[in-house]
Write a protein that binds this ligand. Sequence first.
Ligand code: HEM
Length: 439
Amino acid sequence: MTVPSPAPLARAAVRWSLGHALPRTLLRRAAREGDLHGRMFVATQSGDLSALEPVLDELRGHGPFYRGKYAAVSAENAAVRELLSSPDVASGFLPTDGGSRLARLQGWSMIDAPLGPLTPPSLLVTEPPDHTRYRKLVTRVFSVRAVEQLRGRTQQIATDLLDRIDPGRPVDLVAGYGSLLPVTVIAEILGVPEHDRDKVLRFGAAAAPSLDLGLSWREFRRVESALREFDRWLDHHLAGLRRRPGDDLLSQLVAAQHDGVGLTDTELKSTAGLVLAAGFETTVNLLGNGTALLAGHPEQRRLLAEHDDLWPNAVDEVLRVDPPVLLTGRMTTADAEIAGVPMPRGSAMVALLAGANRDPRVFPQPGTFDVSRENARDHVSFSAGRHYCLGAALARMEGEVGLRTLFERYPDLRVEPGAVRRDTRILRGYERLPVTLKP
Ligand code: HEM
């Protein structure tokens, strides 16, 4: 009988301790001591931004960056933009000193970590020159012009999905519409067959907490197991495309491998997995958050009915007020000055996207939802700099088609009691949004 080696479990325990248990304990303790970074961590446990509002004001009172015990945090629009565009920062929070005991322990623990959105070679945590190489291969498919060609098909998918719903009975808008529209679109772009879409949706939902800090051991194990399953499915899917290429993006990436200009197997899987998961795990939140906001603001709905050219702006206003991604992190790779503040090499920094979107110096009355706000597009919900969201044009188009089709057909849509926010911290949206389309 073979005895399973304890090393994989020990490595998982170290990954969890360093990535979740330790930061959670330290940040909670810091919160009790009044540290604003710690208080921000505690205030973002629920999806409700109102708990964060007072912390945002205090953070901004400290200037472009608040220096917390563990990281510098910014909720200012200009400073967040400067941070995200700085050449002296890298994404992710990995220790930069490869020689320290902690770095060695972490390196050991990552040997058999599953591929995920925050493990290299994911685009999200890769920097030039590799980052430039990966992005070049996928950018073309997601350009504004390429996305405009998908508008007609997206419209048809939205209409078909609504046709399937009985408008007189309460329905969960997330399960019946908001999650299905983006997954259908991205699956068509990437050549994922229809019978696999449910499975892909399940992987995405199970892996979504992988972006969070402070997971329990049980959640962490569940997430890693979903990532491994997703990895196996990708292996199988890519092998199928190698045998029978289509005219989708993934087939093109596989073909580029053979031309010698493409990606290694791991790079291909990581890029494909990220584009696929990011393609629906965020846009579902835009659709849910937008539905709830519009349902709660009849005067804004009337404005849109009278001026339908305001729809693109309304989507940006939804992204500003209720952003699908809460924050992102960076670390300085050299001594730097960001927004006039000196940051020594190795400084950890948090860009609070939701805070930058409510910076009162950029957005007067930032808490007000106003679809005609002139500078709604100045939000940073898609980040900034070289990691600026690859799918921003696609997400905006899907948001516009999805929300507009819904509200033009059902202008009196009503949210019913029982709405539940997702319990993920970084990805913000509704888990369940019961609505009656035609009350
Ligand atoms: C409303 C929907 C979306 C939101 C709010 C959103 C948000 C973001 C944000 C904030 C980042 C950068 C994170 C950072 O700077 O650390 C990002 C990156 C990314 N997004 Fe999106 N996203 C959305 C939809 C999409 C879609 C539809 C796709 C599909 C193509 C996509 C693919 C990506 C990819 C591949 C990256 C990594 C880019 C890089 O690191 O160079 N996203 N997204």
